[in-house]
Design a protein around this ligand. Structure first.
Ligand SMILES: [Zn+2]
Length: 79
């Protein structure tokens, strides 16, 4: 069984030699479950993180930090 040509995530060129490829990530995919992402070895350090997961994480952190803290049962306010 042959695999489809591997494309570098950084330069979008086909990776022709197996010794020049590096597995850098996997992405969810409906057809096969996960798609493996490759890059040329010399381009691995030039890749930038995907912004969608970072955006979701930032929204979660902002939403979590803006929530009022729950009252602690061991602290009694005296006014
Ligand atoms: Zn490349």
């Amino acid at each position: 069984m042959t695999h489809p040509p591997r494309i570098c995530r950084h330069c979008d060129e086909q990776i022709k030699h197996p010794q020049d490829e590096a597995l850098v990530a996997s992405e969810p995919c409906n057809s096969v479950g996960a798609r493996l992402i490759y890059a040329h070895v010399e381009h691995v350090t030039l890749l930038k993180p995907h912004l969608t997961p970072l955006s979701i994480l930032c929204r979660l952190l902002v939403g979590h930090s803006s929530q009022a803290p729950e009252p602690r049962p061991d602290i009694v306010e005296t006014r």
